[in-house]
Design a protein around this ligand. Structure first.
Ligand SMILES: [Fe+2]
Length: 452
């Protein structure tokens, strides 16, 4: 449509220039003719003047007549073309206006100060103000929170770069209610190409935003329910030999601290991302869930274990890993149970390959299991058990440091040593809770699995 209009306008300009040329030529011709008549003899009559004193002048008059006919045609052509162009322009504007008034999205035009120059019906509905009442009002009157600064920065960017911004979020106030808007903005230019304001679209995303918030809230509740269920499941196994202590809560805190410390260390050999840390936090407490399959006579035996009994104890890794693998197989896609399975199977492996059940060595042992191994042993050493008293933090630190590179991954031990004051604080807080619970008569110390 615009190309057609441009073609029409160029033809019109050409016709205009031709008409002007014709008029100039006619004026020059008749001026010369008038001069000739002034100095012509008086006896020359009307007919001679009309037909010309000679063939040459007659020819000139015929040429002038032809030129007038041509110019007249072009004048008519020009008028017709202008009418057509104006009609096309009116149709185009009508179509453009109909589109703007029927779309669901708001359309706005503002001047450089932000005052409304034009809005469509949807913008009027969005702002809750009749179109007539919006004339001259500033769009900033309707912005909420920091949206004023955001809009100002966006418009300044448009003005500086000349480029449009396709989407930016802002909040509008409609009769005290906040509407979440996705807006766009681009420059409006005058006939000389200078910036005269901005135009753009306003899309109401309030319902979508509310759905997103509801979804996030549902997800958060689901996550909390899942965490509580996992913790409850793990505690059922834990109660068999370690009573109602806070061992599991401490284990997951230790594991998360170690993973965060390792992730933050520059040049770490293994990449650790936030998802891994989150999954480790939830799955670390499942490390000893397999103890539900160990007979009480072995699990709760107060004296030392025979070689056969120790072999039975070792089975808790396989029982737990198999149980989690079975649950994992019923879940579509990847889940935190994959990490839980690795931890349950391998948290008793040792860095030098002397651990169980698979005798894995070094980085063959899953990273999560290497991290939980340090967390589990530290907590076992610093907790009271039915076969020993709680070691001090310093004694536990010394033992773990001695086992660096033999039992434990050196990188995990290094992270532990960097964090030892925080481990000590978590230990103290956890044991304070346990003392209060014990005074209420609910806790009995126990557990031999971390030391096994
Ligand atoms: Fe264990």
């Amino acid at each position: 449509m615009r190309a057609r209009q441009r073609r029409l306008m160029s033809k019109t300009a050409m016709a205009d220039s031709m008409v002007l040329t014709g008029i100039v030529l006619a004026i020059v011709y008749w001026a010369l003719e008038a001069l000739l008549n002034i100095f012509a003899p008086a006896e020359i009559g009307f007919y001679r003047n009309l037909l010309g004193p000679n063939v040459g002048e007659m020819s000139m008059r015929i040429i002038a007549l032809c030129l007038f006919l041509i110019f007249g045609s072009h004048v008519q052509f020009t008028i017709n073309q202008r009418n057509k162009a104006e009609q096309a322009l009116r149709e185009s504007e009508e179509k453009y206006r109909n589109i703007l008034e029927t779309i669901e999205e708001g359309y706005y035009e503002i001047d450089l100060q932000g005052r409304f120059a034009f809005v469509n019906d949807a913008t009027s509905r969005l702002l809750g103000v009749p179109k007539a009442d919006l004339a001259g009002r500033n769009i900033r009157e309707f912005l909420n929170g920091d949206s004023d600064e955001k809009l100002s920065a966006t418009l300044a960017g448009c003005l500086a770069s000349g480029r449009s911004v396709k989407a930016f979020d802002c909040e509008l106030l409609r009769q005290e209610a906040v509407r979440f808007i996705e807006a766009s903005a681009g420059l409006r230019r005058g006939n000389g190409g200078e910036a005269v304001g901005f135009r753009g679209m306003l899309r109401d995303r309030t319902e979508k935003k509310q759905l997103e918030l509801d979804l996030l809230e549902s997800s958060r509740k689901l996550q909390n329910a899942r965490s509580a269920t996992i913790l409850g499941l793990a505690k059922l196994a834990e109660y068999r030999d370690e009573g109602t202590g806070t061992h599991l809560e401490r284990i997951r805190e230790y594991a998360r601290l170690l993973a965060e410390e390792m992730a933050a260390r520059p040049g770490a050999a293994e990449a650790i991302d936030p998802d891994f840390i989150e999954e480790l936090y939830h799955s670390s407490i499942l490390h000893d869930i397999g103890k539900v399959g160990i007979p009480d006579a072995v699990l709760l035996k107060p004296s030392g274990l025979t070689a056969e009994e120790f072999e039975v104890i070792k089975c808790h890794t396989r029982f737990g890993g198999d149980a989690l693998a079975a649950i994992e197989s019923t879940i579509e896609g990847r889940s935190f149970l994959q990490l839980g399975r690795e931890i349950a199977y391998h948290h008793h492996e040792k860095w030098d390959g002397s651990g169980y059940p698979a005798g894995l060595k070094g980085r063959e042992i899953p990273l999560a299991a290497r991290i939980v191994a340090v967390a589990d042993v530290y907590d076992a050493l610093t907790s009271r058990r039915f076969y020993k008293e709680a070691f001090s933090h310093e004694r536990a630190r010394a033992i773990i440091t001695d086992l660096r590179g033999s039992h434990f991954d050196p990188a995990v031990v290094d992270a532990f040593l960097n964090l030892e004051s925080r481990f000590d604080r978590i230990r103290e807080e956890g044991q304070a809770v346990e003392r209060l619970t014990a005074e209420a008569g609910a806790c009995r110390p126990g557990g031999r699995l971390a030391a096994a």
